[in-house]
Every structure is written in structure tokens, then in C-alpha cells.
Write a protein that binds this ligand. Structure first.
Ligand code: PRP
Length: 183
């Protein structure tokens, strides 16, 4: 789906597909350098990270493995505690592996804090994070995102894996959703 297809639903186009691709390619080159000879295990967090994972992994020139986790935050009242439930765990053991968590967006940072803790307890050789986008909340808290695509405003954004009510994940590019769509 192209920006043109949903232009009326967006107030702003933050990044085109080309801008995102260029940045992902830069991150892939950094990761290639940092993980040369280490065959990192990329851990994608479903569902939003599918697009970043697909583009990042194919832009990389070194060997890697890929695995996936699906998690669910508890209801809004409990969400601030960062308590999440694992719906699908990894198939591959992370013990002794160089783990790179791949996320679409870091918003409050609570999901990542939980994931890092959880995966650290499984004795990986190292653990780092690559995320497509980061919102101001996480930026101000210094959530450890070593490989970051872009810092973005706090608005409700869709596209490139990010959804509203299950839609817009397949939108090329990233845009701010018009509040009229969800109010
Ligand atoms: C999004 C995103 C992260 C999380 C970030 O997932 O993919 O996993 O929220 O938010 P936080 O920094 O405030 O914890 P979401 O729960 O929307 O699920 P989805 O990936 O399936 O859309």
C-alpha cells in the first residue's frame, strides 16, 4: 500500500519508503561491521517488527539467524509496570549467542525493558536492540537502542509494520494518523 492510497487518513508523512530504506541500509552496514564473524541471532518482536526484520536482514551482508517472539502487554492499568505475557517464545536457544532484538517502535520502553531482562536471564553472549522508530518518552528515558532508525514525535503513527486496529501495517512509509480516523 502506498502513501497515495491512504493520503486522506494521514495528517503528515514522516518518512517515505525510500528514506526508511536508506536508513535501514545504514544500520545494516553498522551491524555488519559490529557483528563480523559472530552470526548474530535477530529476535523479532511480532507483529510490528516484521517489516524492519525483512528489510534489515536482507540488507545485511553477514550471516545471521532469525527467530520471533510474540508478547502481549497486560491491560492499561497494569501496563505501566511493564508486565507482559509471552504468547510465543523463541525456538532457538539464546545461550552464548549474540542477540539483537529487532523492534518496529519503542514508545514507553517498557516492552524492551522486560524483553532485555527476560533474555539476559538466559545467558546470551551479548544483547543489543535495533528499532525502526523511537518516541520521545523512550528517548528521554535513555532506553538502550544501539541501532535506531529515527526519533519521531509522540503522535499516533502508522505504516511500516505499525497498525491502527490491525490496518496500515502494509503501508510503505510512516505517517501520522489523522485523529478523525480513530475518534
Ligand atoms: C508495539 C511495538 C513494541 C511495543 C512498544 O507493539 O511493536 O513491541 O508496542 O511499546 P512500549 O515501548 O510502550 O512498550 P504492540 O503491542 O502495538 O503490538 P504489535 O507489534 O503486534 O502491533
Amino acid at each position: 500500500m502506498n502513501i497515495d492510497d491512504v493520503q486522506g487518513d494521514l495528517t503528515t508523512v514522516l518518512f517515505t519508503e525510500e528514506q526508511i530504506t536508506n536508513r535501514i541500509n545504514e544500520l545494516a552496514a553498522e551491524i555488519d561491521r559490529d557483528y563480523d564473524g559472530l552470526q548474530p541471532l535477530l529476535v523479532g518482536i511480532l507483529s510490528g517488527a516484521v517489516m524492519v526484520m525483512a528489510d534489515l536482514s536482507r540488507a545485511m551482508r553477514i550471516h545471521c539467524e532469525m527467530d520471533w517472539m510474540a508478547i502481549s502487554s497486560y491491560g492499561s492499568g497494569v501496563a505501566s509496570s511493564g508486565v507482559v505475557r509471552i504468547l510465543k517464545d523463541l525456538n532457538i536457544s539464546v545461550e552464548g549467542r549474540h542477540v539483537l532484538i529487532v523492534e518496529d517502535i519503542v514508545d514507553t520502553g517498557l516492552t524492551l525493558a522486560y524483553l532485555i531482562d527476560n533474555l539476559k536471564s538466559r545467558n546470551p553472549a551479548s544483547i543489543e536492540v535495533c528499532a525502526g522508530f523511537r518516541k520521545p518518552d523512550a528517548a528521554s528515558k535513555n532506553v538502550p537502542v544501539k541501532y535506531l532508525g529515527f526519533d519521531i514525535p509522540g503522535d499516533f503513527v502508522v505504516g511500516y509494520g505499525l497498525d491502527y486496529a490491525g490496518r496500515y501495517r502494509n503501508l510503505r512509509g510512516l505517517g501520522v494518523l489523522d485523529p478523525a480516523v480513530y475518534s
